[in-house]
Ligand binder design. Structure first.
Ligand code: HH2
Length: 259
């Protein structure tokens, strides 16, 4: 899954794809490089970020979706109105980082459209989520949360086979929590749905490599953790540097499945 943030302030690519033309070109390049789907977002969820008003988010993402008509697209939004307008323009997956807790209308929009859905774990909200996150056991707490959200979605009419689950790397978690979630990914796979991992460029990778003030991680570190997540059973890797991820994953895959 390639990432196109049509935002001025995303933590690693803020501003790069802020005008529709560069966002469209960036998405096309990612698809050529082997992305199976491109996740388009118009609101940053980086730690400390403030919410984006509806009109501004629509102004950012709609021209990009229109320019990419026919391409496999996901919409990264917490707003039902944005999701609905994106689905009308051909998006196939709703990536809601609140896991249907942010906007009460979201579950209905997804259920009625027949779209795919990604449910992600987040502790708190982006503005405050990195203020000393604590868990007794991060893996079982994230698994219990995702299990509950999966039941909620299914009870409200979203077919189970359309849903994938995501531990929410960096959303209310320390460096140790993030790596433990990948180490014990089997506990999330046990919920019976495909798992999406979005570790690309996240600050834990920069901190792991020795910079305590890092706000992003390198491409090489992102690829390393993506391969480790794949090896543990992740099926969707959300990544900014698509070519590097596709090449690394093709090589890793050849180890498991003879070419
Ligand atoms: N991470 C980000 C945004 N959306 N969605 C899912 N399902 N999983 C993730 O890990 C995830 C996500 C944050 O990364 P990015 O989009 O690069 O930055 P920003 O939120 O600052 O736009």
């Amino acid at each position: 899954m390639g990432v196109v943030n049509v935002t001025p302030d995303s933590f690693s690519d803020g501003g790069v794809h802020f005008d529709a033309g560069s966002a469209i070109a960036g998405a096309r390049r990612m698809l050529e490089e082997g992305a199976a789907i491109v996740d388009v977002g118009g609101e940053s969820t980086r730690p400390g970020s403030e919410p984006t008003p509806l009109e501004a988010e629509l102004r950012r993402v709609l021209p990009v979706l229109e320019g990419l008509e026919g391409a496999p697209l996901s919409i990264d939004t917490v707003k039902a109105d944005v999701a609905r307008r994106a689905l009308e323009r051909g998006a196939e997956l709703v990536n809601d980082v609140t896991a249907l807790r942010g906007d009460p209308a979201m579950v209905g929009v997804v259920a009625e459209s027949g779209a795919y859905l990604c449910l992600m774990h987040m502790r708190g909200e982006p503005r405050t989520m990195q203020l000393e996150p604590r868990y007794d056991d991060v893996v079982s707490e994230v698994a219990a949360f995702l299990d509950e959200r999966l039941s909620f979605a299914v009870d409200h009419g979203v077919p189970e086979e359309r849903i994938c689950l995501d531990p929410g790397i960096g959303f209310g978690k320390t460096l140790e929590h993030n790596f433990e979630l990948i180490r014990r990914l089997d506990a999330l796979l046990a919920l019976g749905r495909p798992v999406l991992v979005g570790f690309s460029r996240k600050r834990s990778l920069g901190r792991l490599l020795g910079d305590p003030d890092a706000t992003t991680g390198t491409t090489a570190a992102s690829v390393g953790v993506a391969v480790a997540a794949y090896e543990r059973g992740a099926t969707i890797l959300r990544a900014h540097d698509v070519r590097e991820h596709v090449e690394a994953l093709a090589a890793a895959r050849a180890v498991f499945e003879p070419v």
